[in-house]
Write a protein of this length. Sequence first.
Length: 370
Amino acid sequence: MTPESAPESAPESTLDSTPPEPVLAPGAGPAAGPSAEGRRERGLPRERWQVELAEAVRDPGELCRLLGLDASVAAEARRAAAGFPLLVPRPFLERMAHGDPHDPLLRQVLPLGAELSSPPGWVADPLEEAAALAAPGLVKKYDGRALLLATGACAVHCRYCFRREFPYADHGASSAGTAAALAAIAADPSIREVILSGGDPLLLDDDRLADLLGRIVAIPTVSRIRIHTRLPVVLPSRVTRRLVDLLADLPTPAVVVIHANHPAELGPDQEAAVRALASSRAILLNQAVLLTGVNDSLPVLLGLSERLLAVGVLPYYLHLPDRVVGTAHFDVPEAKAVALVDSLRQKLSGYAVPRLVREVPGEASKVSIA
């Protein structure tokens, strides 16, 4: 299924309000939010996004059958997925090209044998986040803001994920951890911005998210909430009408940072989801990761910036990959990355060029490369 043939749906269907068990990343503790079984016992319907999450592809053989790929691809993927399972929602799968094992969207989620070995310097916690925990579930690396691990669950397992080895169960990505994190935020008046991350914080259902947002807003020293999420891209039906209303009701506009790496990720359903988020007054930004074989070319990066702007999202960061074990095959040499961004500047207005950055443990902010 090529991007052009992906089914188009109107904004009304994207804002459907009509949950399977959340999918936990390896090492994740229980995800916040009621289970599908609990909702059924209470007579509540499963929402569309939760049904789609339950139907996500988890078996490499099924993935290869759906995309018309050789069985040998599935065999390698099964070996590579032993420690970090495959997980791909079907709306994201529908954006992939049929029969192409090198499709840039597929490459982001397909386990490869290269993951089973790593060169020296590629480690489980490259950003040393465990050392930056200010409380269970609360990472504080920079002045003025802190990152709250709202859940250890994700809707998609990106193979380059810098938290693929993160021990969520040990570090508070749970209801109890969230309570401790909120208490720490309230006790530290220097924290003006709370960043909801995970996992993906939008895997909290709307009831749990409403509760969390309300508890954050009640902290008088917090003036801004930022949400980092991939769901508008990989599971756009998650942008429900109630979610939009929750964001619209915040006392100040939320900052929503989506994550798209390639222009083919942004089809009609994704555009509808993004435009719905914009209607909440949210400030919409994108952060991408520069990945070999995915977006490490000028035409793709140009296309990504143009597509983001067309749907109302400002290109924000272009990250050099973090050196987490199992991801070395995605690495892009820094010199090549700088040359790509320099070329972007020659083609695009300044606001359309993302900042090339690398995160370095112990630095006061992300390190700007270009």
